[in-house]
Design a protein around this ligand. Structure first.
Ligand SMILES: Nc1ncnc2c1ncn2[C@@H]1O[C@H](COP(=O)(O)OP(=O)(O)OP(=O)(O)O)[C@@H](O)[C@H]1O
Length: 602
């Protein structure tokens, strides 16, 4: 009960002084909304969608950001890219922008967006411009409005026109800035009419739009967004799974399918069995592109791309992070692409208050976490310390056993509504957890990297990195589960002595996105490239509480011996005379492993 009262207090502690200007922006709606759940944005989105307003009020972050932009510009020049058609100049050339300060519309020029490539189309400032410029279906625009998506975010303002003009695109925009709609709106718009309601020959037969995402959960989420946009027409949109793949093995059914949303693995399995053709695909989207182009997924992506043989195939890649290597691969895959970057590459939004917390060693992590989650003191904390937590939060661990073990420990410590999500759970279990999270029934979700990318659980107040992330990209995506769609959030990262060599790497991310970092960390030397590759590879036990495993081995041994002797006795009593291999006494395998009774008959 006490824990319930503690947690139901809610509310992230927010540094009002630091964000004074922004607090004022929120004040009119704040009182009216007191005590209510955060709602979907109503209409005026500028304060929420001007993602870089914090950068403007936070001087060090701004300075850093500007320096970085200059650096990026220099780098691009050095690479011989003298194409001057960035978004700003192209807007000037192709369209006149009104200068009045219209508060209901985020001025694209206020956002740090760069778009490089030949003939970059002008950005839009409202979704309605899409109707005037590209004859975007009225129903689609109505569905945007109905779902509370009233003003395009930066990536939507720039990305949608590019895709509407049938150009390939590489889009990099921070987590939670609406990349999903940025590719779904043009895809649905360009597909025009559902194939089942169309008589025109040029639509061909079979799936025309394909979205690939790295996890089942993310594919499911994209599918739901797609359904929202497609309301009111008979679109056939398929979330590719074992069951739907079986249905689509019927050619008649798949000929009438408009859009497929899938993980690469599932789709390639069907391609190999010739249970799907992709020759009619005209729009191919890779979400979480850097993950899709990594060593694990790349062979499958290649196979999918090779199967998409339609002459007017449009390809687009989206991600919040795109390291140089992945970008090179991506650019080779795209035809005459436009590269759009919102904000700074590989940098979280300043909306996320990040802190690094020293916990000395593995065995100190659990007590630190439990005391954080049960802390009731109202003492003010230092600027670099984590704020008071409020549910829901996500806690990332490095492995599945550690996620399970941490969940058990948190339950044992009476933390309420704890759930776990990792890839070894059954599909049903995974779906149930996602559902509980969406319904607000789960307050603390312990998870692995499977949740790190793309998942949009509304209102996540914060993220705790219980285990140090493997890469900067992983860090950016993990903490990006909070601070989405203009909301604030916090991110706490625990570090031990073993993580210390990589501290500077993550501290730089904090600095770049405006979170305070103690001076001494900034003075640390940069880890070498070889060292950096070792990041996150620290060996950690399966149990987050090593004391929990003391005596476990002995207990297992004793249990196995008892079970073995019980079984032997039962067999002797039944006296059937079956031959059996003597039990390997006390072996870890335990029940069933030592018994060969099935062969006794032979
Ligand atoms: N134009 C808009 N106005 C208001 N909210 C929006 C708008 N576009 C998207 N959103 C909301 O913003 C949230 C984040 O969107 P989305 O999941 O597409 O982000 P993302 O950039 O793909 O993030 P990630 O990099 O983590 O995958 C969603 O809840 C979505 O409904």
């Amino acid at each position: 009960m006490e824990a319930f009262q503690l947690l139901s207090k809610g509310g992230v502690k927010f540094n009002r002084k630091r964000f004074e200007g922004d607090v004022k922006l929120f004040q009119p709606t704040k009182n009216a909304d007191k005590g209510k759940q955060p709602e979907a944005p109503t209409n005026e989105l500028p304060p929420e969608l001007d993602f870089f307003r914090y950068a403007k009020t936070n001087v060090p972050a701004k300075r850093k950001a500007e320096d970085k932009t200059k650096e990026e510009k220099k780098k691009e020049k050095a690479h011989g890219n003298d194409d001057k058609s960035d978004a700003e100049s192209s807007r000037g050339k192709r369209r006149k922008i009104e200068d009045e300060d219209t508060p209901e519309v985020p001025k694209a020029s206020k956002q740090r967006v760069t778009a490089k490539g030949k003939d970059v189309p002008a950005a839009v400032e409202t979704f309605h411009e899409l109707r005037d410029r590209y004859e975007c279906p009225q129903l689609l625009l109505a569905n945007l409005e109905k779902n509370g998506w009233k003003t395009p975010t930066g990536i939507q303002a720039y990305g949608v026109p590019i895709l509407m003009e049938k150009r390939d695109v590489a889009a990099i925009s921070p987590t939670g800035t609406g990349k999903t709609l940025a590719y779904l709106i043009p895809m649905i718009s360009l597909l025009g009419t559902p194939i089942s309601q169309s008589s025109s020959e040029d639509k061909g037969k079979g799936v025309r739009g394909l979205v690939l995402a790295p996890t089942r959960e993310l594919a499911g989420q994209i599918y739901n967004e797609c359904l929202k946009l497609c309301q009111g027409r008979k679109w056939r949109i398929v979330l590719y799974s074992k069951a739907t793949a079986a249905t689509l093995s019927n050619k008649e059914v798949r000929d009438k399918t408009d859009i497929i949303i899938s993980t690469p693995m599932r789709l390639v399995a069907s391609l190999k069995e010739s249970k799907i053709e992709l020759a009619n695909v005209r729009h191919l989207i890779l979400d979480e592109a850097d993950r899709m182009l990594d060593a694990e997924f790349f062979p499958q992506i290649e196979e999918v791309v090779e199967s998409c043989t339609h002459p007017s195939l449009q390809k687009a890649i989206f991600s919040a992070t795109l390291p140089a290597g992945a970008e090179q691969v991506a650019m080779k895959m795209l035809k005459n692409p436009i590269r759009v970057v919102v904000g700074l590459k590989d940098t979280p939004l300043p909306l996320i208050r990040q802190s690094l917390v020293y916990v000395a060693d593995e065995s100190s992590k659990l007590p630190s976490l439990v005391s954080y989650l049960t802390d009731t003191s109202s003492l003010p904390t230092a600027a670099t310390a984590p704020p008071r937590w409020a549910p829901p939060i996500l806690i990332f661990t490095s492995t599945q056993p550690r996620a399970t073990s941490l969940t058990t420990q948190l339950i044992l410590h009476n933390i309420p509504n704890v759930d776990v999500l990792h890839a070894s759970l059954t599909n049903k279990q995974r779906e149930d957890v996602v559902h509980r999270m969406r319904m607000g029934e789960c307050w603390v979700l312990v998870c692995t990297e499977v949740v790190a990318r793309g998942m949009d659980f509304k209102g996540v107040k914060g993220v705790i990195n219980y285990d140090w992330p493997m890469t900067v990209q992983s860090y950016v995506h993990r903490i990006g589960r909070t601070g989405r769609a203009g909301n604030e959030g916090f991110a706490v990262t625990y570090w031990t002595d073993e993580d210390a060599p990589y501290l500077k790497t993550i501290a730089n991310v904090l600095l770049q996105s405006g979170s305070p970092v103690p001076d001494w960390i900034l003075k640390l030397p940069k880890p070498s490239a070889i060292r950096k590759r070792q990041m996150g590879k620290v060996k950690r036990g399966d149990d987050v509480d090593p004391s929990a495993s003391i005596g476990r081995k002995d207990a297992i041994k004793k249990r196995d011996m008892v079970l073995g002797s019980k079984r032997r006795k039962e067999k002797e009593e039944s006296g059937k005379g079956k031959w059996k291999k003597p039990s390997t006494e006390g072996g870890e395998g335990g029940q069933g492993k030592a018994e060969w009774s099935g062969f006794g008959e032979v």
